[in-house]
Design a protein around this ligand. Structure first.
Ligand code: ADP
Ligand code: MG
Length: 376
Protein backbone atom coordinates (compact mmCIF):
# COMPACT_ATOMS: atom_id res chain seq x y z
CA UNK A 1 0.00 0.00 0.00
CA UNK A 2 2.77 2.47 0.85
CA UNK A 3 5.49 0.92 -1.27
CA UNK A 4 8.08 3.43 -2.50
CA UNK A 5 9.61 3.02 -5.94
CA UNK A 6 12.53 5.07 -7.18
CA UNK A 7 13.29 4.62 -10.88
CA UNK A 8 16.26 6.11 -12.73
CA UNK A 9 16.44 9.15 -10.46
CA UNK A 10 19.35 11.59 -10.87
CA UNK A 11 19.96 14.99 -9.33
CA UNK A 12 22.58 17.60 -10.17
CA UNK A 13 23.49 20.71 -8.21
CA UNK A 14 25.21 22.73 -10.91
CA UNK A 15 28.05 20.50 -11.99
CA UNK A 16 27.86 18.25 -8.94
CA UNK A 17 25.96 15.05 -9.47
CA UNK A 18 24.47 14.31 -6.04
CA UNK A 19 22.75 11.06 -7.07
CA UNK A 20 22.91 9.18 -10.34
CA UNK A 21 20.38 6.78 -11.85
CA UNK A 22 19.06 5.53 -8.53
CA UNK A 23 16.90 2.44 -8.85
CA UNK A 24 15.39 0.88 -5.76
CA UNK A 25 12.17 0.15 -3.94
CA UNK A 26 11.04 -0.02 -0.33
CA UNK A 27 8.26 -2.54 0.30
CA UNK A 28 5.15 -1.65 2.23
CA UNK A 29 6.11 -2.02 5.91
CA UNK A 30 9.79 -2.47 5.16
CA UNK A 31 12.61 -0.78 7.08
CA UNK A 32 15.13 0.14 4.41
CA UNK A 33 18.46 1.68 5.41
CA UNK A 34 20.64 3.72 3.07
CA UNK A 35 24.24 3.46 4.30
CA UNK A 36 27.08 5.60 2.98
CA UNK A 37 29.75 8.10 3.99
CA UNK A 38 29.21 11.83 4.16
CA UNK A 39 28.54 13.29 0.72
CA UNK A 40 27.26 9.99 -0.72
CA UNK A 41 23.89 11.52 -1.63
CA UNK A 42 21.82 10.12 1.24
CA UNK A 43 20.07 13.33 2.27
CA UNK A 44 19.48 14.24 -1.37
CA UNK A 45 17.79 10.87 -1.92
CA UNK A 46 15.39 11.49 0.98
CA UNK A 47 14.69 15.07 -0.12
CA UNK A 48 13.83 13.82 -3.60
CA UNK A 49 11.38 11.30 -2.14
CA UNK A 50 9.90 13.95 0.15
CA UNK A 51 9.63 16.40 -2.73
CA UNK A 52 11.87 19.03 -1.09
CA UNK A 53 14.10 18.69 -4.15
CA UNK A 54 12.94 17.90 -7.67
CA UNK A 55 14.34 15.04 -9.79
CA UNK A 56 16.33 15.90 -12.92
CA UNK A 57 15.61 12.47 -14.37
CA UNK A 58 13.52 9.49 -13.38
CA UNK A 59 10.35 9.00 -11.40
CA UNK A 60 9.16 8.25 -7.86
CA UNK A 61 6.01 6.35 -6.93
CA UNK A 62 4.51 6.14 -3.45
CA UNK A 63 1.67 3.70 -2.84
CA UNK A 64 1.37 3.11 -6.58
CA UNK A 65 0.92 6.81 -7.39
CA UNK A 66 3.44 8.77 -9.42
CA UNK A 67 4.45 11.64 -7.11
CA UNK A 68 7.41 12.90 -9.16
CA UNK A 69 5.72 16.21 -9.86
CA UNK A 70 3.74 16.55 -6.62
CA UNK A 71 4.68 19.13 -3.96
CA UNK A 72 5.84 17.82 -0.54
CA UNK A 73 2.52 18.27 1.28
CA UNK A 74 0.71 16.08 -1.26
CA UNK A 75 3.12 13.13 -0.88
CA UNK A 76 2.04 11.96 2.58
CA UNK A 77 5.56 11.39 3.86
CA UNK A 78 7.13 12.66 7.10
CA UNK A 79 10.82 13.39 7.42
CA UNK A 80 12.86 13.37 10.64
CA UNK A 81 16.08 15.34 10.52
CA UNK A 82 19.28 15.08 12.50
CA UNK A 83 18.80 18.54 14.06
CA UNK A 84 15.39 17.96 15.62
CA UNK A 85 14.05 21.27 14.21
CA UNK A 86 11.60 21.80 17.09
CA UNK A 87 9.95 25.17 17.60
CA UNK A 88 11.72 26.63 20.64
CA UNK A 89 8.78 28.81 21.72
CA UNK A 90 6.31 25.89 21.61
CA UNK A 91 5.83 23.29 24.34
CA UNK A 92 6.25 19.62 23.49
CA UNK A 93 2.47 19.28 23.12
CA UNK A 94 2.32 22.31 20.78
CA UNK A 95 5.24 20.98 18.77
CA UNK A 96 3.43 17.67 18.34
CA UNK A 97 0.12 19.32 17.50
CA UNK A 98 1.61 21.74 15.00
CA UNK A 99 1.79 19.44 11.96
CA UNK A 100 -1.79 18.32 12.61
CA UNK A 101 -3.12 21.87 12.67
CA UNK A 102 -1.71 22.73 9.27
CA UNK A 103 -4.23 24.43 7.01
CA UNK A 104 -6.17 21.97 4.92
CA UNK A 105 -5.76 19.06 7.33
CA UNK A 106 -9.07 19.57 9.17
CA UNK A 107 -8.35 17.10 11.97
CA UNK A 108 -10.83 17.38 14.87
CA UNK A 109 -9.34 18.55 18.17
CA UNK A 110 -10.35 15.32 19.93
CA UNK A 111 -8.41 13.28 17.40
CA UNK A 112 -5.36 15.54 17.71
CA UNK A 113 -5.46 14.93 21.47
CA UNK A 114 -5.78 11.17 20.95
CA UNK A 115 -2.86 10.99 18.56
CA UNK A 116 -0.64 13.05 20.86
CA UNK A 117 -1.53 10.83 23.79
CA UNK A 118 -0.74 7.66 21.79
CA UNK A 119 2.59 8.98 20.56
CA UNK A 120 3.40 10.23 24.06
CA UNK A 121 2.95 6.70 25.39
CA UNK A 122 4.76 5.05 22.50
CA UNK A 123 7.81 7.30 22.83
CA UNK A 124 7.57 7.62 26.61
CA UNK A 125 7.38 11.41 26.52
CA UNK A 126 3.88 11.76 28.02
CA UNK A 127 5.27 13.41 31.16
CA UNK A 128 7.12 16.07 29.13
CA UNK A 129 4.14 17.57 27.30
CA UNK A 130 4.23 20.99 28.99
CA UNK A 131 7.99 21.51 28.75
CA UNK A 132 9.81 23.66 26.22
CA UNK A 133 12.56 22.17 24.03
CA UNK A 134 15.26 23.96 26.06
CA UNK A 135 14.05 22.05 29.13
CA UNK A 136 14.66 18.67 27.47
CA UNK A 137 17.74 16.47 27.19
CA UNK A 138 19.16 15.66 23.76
CA UNK A 139 17.54 12.25 23.73
CA UNK A 140 14.16 13.65 24.80
CA UNK A 141 14.32 16.27 22.05
CA UNK A 142 15.03 13.59 19.51
CA UNK A 143 12.02 11.63 20.75
CA UNK A 144 9.77 14.67 20.36
CA UNK A 145 11.13 15.14 16.88
CA UNK A 146 10.28 11.51 16.08
CA UNK A 147 6.87 12.08 17.67
CA UNK A 148 6.19 14.98 15.37
CA UNK A 149 6.59 12.66 12.41
CA UNK A 150 4.60 9.83 14.03
CA UNK A 151 1.49 11.91 14.89
CA UNK A 152 1.01 12.67 11.23
CA UNK A 153 0.48 8.98 10.47
CA UNK A 154 1.98 9.31 7.01
CA UNK A 155 2.33 6.52 4.47
CA UNK A 156 6.12 6.72 4.60
CA UNK A 157 8.72 7.85 7.14
CA UNK A 158 12.03 9.29 6.00
CA UNK A 159 14.74 9.42 8.68
CA UNK A 160 17.87 11.46 7.97
CA UNK A 161 20.55 10.33 10.46
CA UNK A 162 18.16 10.95 13.37
CA UNK A 163 20.54 9.73 16.07
CA UNK A 164 23.99 10.26 14.54
CA UNK A 165 24.99 13.22 16.66
CA UNK A 166 23.94 11.71 19.99
CA UNK A 167 26.68 10.42 22.29
CA UNK A 168 27.55 6.73 22.12
CA UNK A 169 25.47 5.66 25.11
CA UNK A 170 22.37 7.53 23.96
CA UNK A 171 22.80 6.19 20.43
CA UNK A 172 22.85 2.72 21.85
CA UNK A 173 19.57 3.20 23.71
CA UNK A 174 17.95 5.03 20.78
CA UNK A 175 18.87 2.12 18.49
CA UNK A 176 17.03 -0.16 20.87
CA UNK A 177 14.01 2.17 20.95
CA UNK A 178 13.92 2.43 17.17
CA UNK A 179 14.06 -1.34 16.97
CA UNK A 180 11.07 -1.58 19.32
CA UNK A 181 9.16 1.07 17.34
CA UNK A 182 9.93 -0.80 14.16
CA UNK A 183 8.40 -3.98 15.59
CA UNK A 184 5.36 -2.19 17.02
CA UNK A 185 4.55 0.07 14.09
CA UNK A 186 5.51 -1.97 11.01
CA UNK A 187 5.64 1.21 8.95
CA UNK A 188 7.38 1.89 5.70
CA UNK A 189 10.65 3.56 6.70
CA UNK A 190 13.61 4.75 4.66
CA UNK A 191 16.39 5.47 7.12
CA UNK A 192 19.68 7.10 6.23
CA UNK A 193 22.92 6.73 8.19
CA UNK A 194 26.70 6.57 7.88
CA UNK A 195 26.85 4.22 10.87
CA UNK A 196 27.34 0.54 10.08
CA UNK A 197 25.97 -0.66 13.43
CA UNK A 198 22.77 1.34 13.03
CA UNK A 199 22.34 0.00 9.53
CA UNK A 200 22.76 -3.67 10.33
CA UNK A 201 20.84 -3.56 13.59
CA UNK A 202 17.77 -1.82 12.16
CA UNK A 203 17.52 -2.75 8.49
CA UNK A 204 15.42 -5.33 6.74
CA UNK A 205 17.54 -4.46 3.71
CA UNK A 206 20.48 -2.10 3.23
CA UNK A 207 21.38 0.02 0.22
CA UNK A 208 25.06 0.98 0.13
CA UNK A 209 25.56 4.35 -1.53
CA UNK A 210 28.84 5.90 -2.65
CA UNK A 211 29.29 9.13 -4.61
CA UNK A 212 25.63 9.12 -5.59
CA UNK A 213 25.59 5.60 -6.94
CA UNK A 214 24.20 2.39 -5.48
CA UNK A 215 26.94 -0.14 -4.78
CA UNK A 216 24.89 -3.00 -3.42
CA UNK A 217 21.42 -3.81 -2.12
CA UNK A 218 20.58 -6.72 0.15
CA UNK A 219 19.90 -8.09 3.60
CA UNK A 220 22.67 -7.11 6.04
CA UNK A 221 23.91 -10.70 6.34
CA UNK A 222 23.94 -11.19 2.55
CA UNK A 223 26.07 -8.09 2.07
CA UNK A 224 28.36 -9.07 4.93
CA UNK A 225 28.99 -12.50 3.44
CA UNK A 226 29.24 -11.44 -0.19
CA UNK A 227 30.25 -7.79 -0.59
CA UNK A 228 30.26 -6.75 -4.24
CA UNK A 229 33.36 -4.60 -4.01
CA UNK A 230 36.14 -3.49 -1.67
CA UNK A 231 34.26 -0.32 -0.70
CA UNK A 232 31.24 -2.26 0.53
CA UNK A 233 33.51 -4.79 2.23
CA UNK A 234 35.33 -2.02 4.07
CA UNK A 235 32.05 -0.63 5.45
CA UNK A 236 30.73 -3.96 6.71
CA UNK A 237 32.25 -5.16 9.95
CA UNK A 238 32.87 -3.70 13.39
CA UNK A 239 36.62 -3.85 12.74
CA UNK A 240 37.52 -2.86 9.17
CA UNK A 241 38.57 -5.41 6.57
CA UNK A 242 42.31 -5.50 5.79
CA UNK A 243 43.45 -5.32 2.18
CA UNK A 244 46.68 -6.75 0.73
CA UNK A 245 47.91 -6.26 -2.80
CA UNK A 246 49.61 -9.11 -4.51
CA UNK A 247 49.27 -11.75 -7.19
CA UNK A 248 47.90 -15.22 -7.54
CA UNK A 249 49.84 -18.19 -8.83
CA UNK A 250 47.17 -20.65 -9.91
CA UNK A 251 49.15 -23.83 -9.48
CA UNK A 252 51.79 -23.87 -6.81
CA UNK A 253 52.25 -27.50 -5.84
CA UNK A 254 48.67 -28.27 -6.76
CA UNK A 255 46.98 -25.35 -4.94
CA UNK A 256 46.56 -21.70 -5.86
CA UNK A 257 48.79 -19.34 -3.89
CA UNK A 258 48.59 -15.65 -3.08
CA UNK A 259 51.89 -13.79 -2.94
CA UNK A 260 51.65 -10.63 -0.86
CA UNK A 261 53.35 -7.83 -2.75
CA UNK A 262 54.28 -5.56 0.12
CA UNK A 263 56.15 -8.38 1.77
CA UNK A 264 58.42 -9.37 -1.07
CA UNK A 265 61.99 -8.62 -0.05
CA UNK A 266 60.75 -7.57 3.37
CA UNK A 267 62.77 -6.99 6.49
CA UNK A 268 62.31 -10.52 7.70
CA UNK A 269 65.26 -12.16 5.93
CA UNK A 270 63.70 -11.50 2.53
CA UNK A 271 60.86 -13.82 3.30
CA UNK A 272 58.25 -13.89 0.54
CA UNK A 273 54.88 -13.88 2.24
CA UNK A 274 52.36 -16.15 0.67
CA UNK A 275 49.29 -18.07 1.59
CA UNK A 276 47.47 -20.98 0.08
CA UNK A 277 44.11 -20.09 -1.43
CA UNK A 278 41.09 -22.40 -1.56
CA UNK A 279 41.26 -24.72 -4.62
CA UNK A 280 38.28 -23.00 -6.29
CA UNK A 281 40.53 -20.02 -7.11
CA UNK A 282 42.84 -22.02 -9.37
CA UNK A 283 40.54 -21.16 -12.29
CA UNK A 284 41.57 -17.50 -12.02
CA UNK A 285 44.88 -17.80 -13.86
CA UNK A 286 47.98 -15.80 -12.93
CA UNK A 287 47.02 -12.20 -12.21
CA UNK A 288 47.21 -9.30 -9.79
CA UNK A 289 44.69 -9.27 -6.95
CA UNK A 290 43.71 -7.61 -3.74
CA UNK A 291 43.13 -10.00 -0.86
CA UNK A 292 40.67 -8.93 1.84
CA UNK A 293 40.63 -10.45 5.32
CA UNK A 294 38.46 -9.71 8.32
CA UNK A 295 40.14 -9.72 11.75
CA UNK A 296 37.05 -11.49 13.12
CA UNK A 297 37.19 -14.30 10.56
CA UNK A 298 40.77 -15.46 10.93
CA UNK A 299 42.44 -17.08 13.90
CA UNK A 300 45.88 -17.56 15.35
CA UNK A 301 47.78 -20.09 17.40
CA UNK A 302 50.97 -19.80 19.36
CA UNK A 303 53.78 -21.76 17.66
CA UNK A 304 57.31 -22.72 18.62
CA UNK A 305 60.46 -21.08 17.31
CA UNK A 306 61.74 -22.56 14.10
CA UNK A 307 58.41 -23.43 12.51
CA UNK A 308 58.44 -22.46 8.91
CA UNK A 309 54.87 -21.79 7.93
CA UNK A 310 54.30 -18.75 5.78
CA UNK A 311 51.76 -16.86 7.80
CA UNK A 312 53.89 -16.70 10.90
CA UNK A 313 55.09 -13.74 12.79
CA UNK A 314 55.37 -12.02 16.13
CA UNK A 315 52.69 -10.40 18.23
CA UNK A 316 53.23 -6.70 17.74
CA UNK A 317 50.43 -5.28 19.90
CA UNK A 318 47.41 -6.44 21.86
CA UNK A 319 44.29 -4.36 22.41
CA UNK A 320 42.23 -5.93 25.17
CA UNK A 321 38.58 -5.19 24.53
CA UNK A 322 37.54 -7.46 27.43
CA UNK A 323 35.16 -9.71 25.50
CA UNK A 324 37.73 -10.00 22.70
CA UNK A 325 41.35 -9.12 22.08
CA UNK A 326 42.51 -7.45 18.90
CA UNK A 327 45.97 -8.83 18.22
CA UNK A 328 48.27 -7.20 15.67
CA UNK A 329 50.72 -9.66 14.18
CA UNK A 330 53.87 -8.52 12.41
CA UNK A 331 54.48 -10.95 9.57
CA UNK A 332 57.62 -9.13 8.43
CA UNK A 333 56.64 -5.71 7.05
CA UNK A 334 52.99 -6.69 6.75
CA UNK A 335 50.74 -6.30 9.76
CA UNK A 336 47.66 -8.44 10.21
CA UNK A 337 44.99 -7.96 12.84
CA UNK A 338 43.24 -10.92 14.41
CA UNK A 339 40.28 -10.86 16.76
CA UNK A 340 40.56 -13.58 19.37
CA UNK A 341 38.33 -14.53 22.33
CA UNK A 342 39.37 -12.64 25.43
CA UNK A 343 40.50 -15.61 27.52
CA UNK A 344 43.22 -16.39 24.94
CA UNK A 345 46.61 -16.36 26.64
CA UNK A 346 48.87 -14.28 24.48
CA UNK A 347 51.76 -11.90 25.02
CA UNK A 348 53.63 -9.29 23.04
CA UNK A 349 56.55 -10.74 21.10
CA UNK A 350 55.15 -14.27 21.05
CA UNK A 351 55.49 -16.26 17.85
CA UNK A 352 52.12 -17.06 16.25
CA UNK A 353 50.73 -18.55 13.05
CA UNK A 354 47.62 -17.28 11.32
CA UNK A 355 44.91 -19.52 9.94
CA UNK A 356 42.41 -18.38 7.33
CA UNK A 357 39.37 -20.61 6.75
CA UNK A 358 38.56 -21.25 3.07
CA UNK A 359 35.26 -19.35 3.15
CA UNK A 360 36.84 -16.17 4.52
CA UNK A 361 39.05 -15.13 1.62
CA UNK A 362 37.77 -12.06 -0.25
CA UNK A 363 39.41 -11.35 -3.59
CA UNK A 364 39.12 -8.06 -5.46
CA UNK A 365 40.28 -6.77 -8.82
CA UNK A 366 43.03 -4.17 -8.17
CA UNK A 367 41.78 -1.90 -10.97
CA UNK A 368 37.99 -1.93 -10.52
CA UNK A 369 38.08 -3.00 -6.84
CA UNK A 370 35.12 -5.26 -7.60
CA UNK A 371 34.83 -8.70 -6.06
CA UNK A 372 36.28 -11.25 -8.48
CA UNK A 373 33.57 -13.59 -9.66
CA UNK A 374 34.65 -17.19 -9.57
CA UNK A 375 33.56 -17.94 -13.11
CA UNK A 376 36.14 -15.41 -14.37
P1 ADP B 1 24.97 12.91 2.39
O1 ADP B 1 23.65 13.20 2.99
O2 ADP B 1 25.17 11.48 2.01
O3 ADP B 1 26.11 13.39 3.23
P2 ADP B 1 24.15 14.86 0.40
O4 ADP B 1 22.96 14.25 -0.25
O5 ADP B 1 23.91 15.91 1.41
O6 ADP B 1 25.08 13.70 1.00
O7 ADP B 1 25.09 15.49 -0.72
C1 ADP B 1 25.49 14.79 -1.86
C2 ADP B 1 26.34 15.71 -2.73
O8 ADP B 1 25.56 16.76 -3.25
C3 ADP B 1 27.49 16.37 -1.99
O9 ADP B 1 28.58 16.48 -2.86
C4 ADP B 1 26.93 17.73 -1.65
O10 ADP B 1 27.96 18.67 -1.52
C5 ADP B 1 26.05 18.01 -2.83
N1 ADP B 1 24.88 18.87 -2.48
C6 ADP B 1 23.86 18.51 -1.69
N2 ADP B 1 22.95 19.51 -1.58
C7 ADP B 1 23.43 20.54 -2.33
C8 ADP B 1 22.96 21.86 -2.64
N3 ADP B 1 21.79 22.31 -2.17
N4 ADP B 1 23.73 22.61 -3.45
C9 ADP B 1 24.90 22.16 -3.95
N5 ADP B 1 25.40 20.93 -3.70
C10 ADP B 1 24.69 20.12 -2.91
MG1 MG C 1 23.17 13.98 4.87
Amino acid sequence: MSRVEVRGVSKWFGRICAVYELDFYCEDGEFLVILGPSGAGKSTTLKLIAGIEGCDTGSIRIGGIDVTKLPPHKRDVAMVFEDYSLYPHFTVRENLAFPLRAPGRHIPVSEIDDRIRCVGELLRIGHLMNRYPRELSQGQRQRVSLGRALVRQPQVFLFDEPISHLDAKLRHSMRRELKRLKAELRQTVIYVTHDYLEAVSLADRVIVLKEGEIQQVGRPDEIYRAPKNAFVASLFGTVPMMFFEGRIIPNYGGRPRFIIQGAVGGSSANRVLQCTLPPKYSSLGERRLILGLRPSEISLEVVGEGCDDNLEGHVYAIQDLFTTKLVTVDLGNVMVEVMVPSPTEIARGQRVAITIPDEHFYLFDPDTRNTIPLSA
